[in-house]
Design a binder for this molecule. Structure first.
Ligand SMILES: Nc1nc2c(ncn2[C@@H]2O[C@H](COP(=O)(O)OP(=O)(O)O)[C@@H](O)[C@H]2O)c(=O)[nH]1
Ligand SMILES: [Mg+2]
Length: 229
């Protein structure tokens, strides 16, 4: 018995950049279960979403920082390769941070949208934070962590683009960073190494998302095939 993300099941619902519209949406979706993606712009959020949910789910941009909207999708799970009877779940692609050359207006909008998300979104939304394996733990990553510090959301950290790590030395840097980040940021539950391009580590990240969903369902006493937990 095993659940997986149902490939190509993610349906785009809407893109929101207006704070009032987003707050309304959040208030109407207090109990949703799913996963939200956040990270520095160009870190590979859209590519990772496509690797996990099926190609063409999210737009992969060549121009960094083009995604200024919150993009909301619904997706389904498979059970043993067939569409499960479980409800749809939510996938939220949050606007990236750390993009140079943003206007004051844009960064104000980012702050409002993200502030609303972290304070009002359902607790059952797992946060998947991406960092660049070759350029981890940047100032902007740390700034983002201080921004979300008070919210202590369930988070997994994925170091993407590991295909770009060529030397043992580069790998060691990451291995050494893991305990430092765990200590500094208690809300990070697990860390993964992955590549949206080579697909290495993607099944492990998928497992983490599915496990999170099944735990949330169990807590709500919704029947899931129990071998899986
Ligand atoms: N080598 C490599 N490149 C990647 C990987 N993931 C994304 N990219 C590239 O990084 C750039 C930004 O990716 P995108 O998914 O648009 O990033 P986003 O801004 O975080 O959504 C694109 O040129 C991708 O092809 C990866 O795992 N390995
Ligand atoms: Mg993107």
């Amino acid at each position: 018995m095993s659940y997986t993300i149902r490939p190509q099941s993610a349906q785009f619902k809407m893109g929101i950049s207006d704070i009032a519209q987003f707050e309304t949406w959040l208030s109407e979706h207090r109990d949703i279960i799913g996963v939200s993606f956040v990270g520095r712009s160009n870190v590979g959020k859209s590519s990772m979403i496509n690797a996990l949910f099926g190609s063409k789910t999210a737009r992969v941009s060549k121009t960094p920082g083009r995604t200024r909207e919150i993009n909301i999708f619904e997706f389904e799970l498979n059970l043993n390769g067939k569409k499960s009877t479980l409800q749809p779940f939510y996938l939220i692609d949050l606007p990236g941070y750390g993009h140079a050359e943003v206007s004051k207006e844009m960064s104000k909008n980012w702050n409002e949208l993200m502030g609303a998300f972290f304070s009002e979104a359902s607790e059952a939304m797992l946060m998947l934070n991406l960092q660049d394996a070759r350029h981890p733990d940047q100032d902007v990553d740390r700034q983002f962590y201080s921004f979300i510090k008070g919210f202590a959301r369930k988070t997994i950290l994925v170091f993407n683009k590991i295909d770009k790590l060529k030397t043992q030395k580069e790998r060691n840097v990451l291995e050494k960073l893991k305990p430092v980040l765990s200590k500094d940021y208690k809300w990070i539950r697990q860390m993964y190494f992955a590549s949206a391009e080579s697909k290495k580590g993607i099944p492990q990240v998928e497992d983490a998302i599915v496990t999170h969903i099944l735990e949330e369902l169990e807590m709500r006493k919704i029947h899931v095939e129990s071998d899986d937990i």
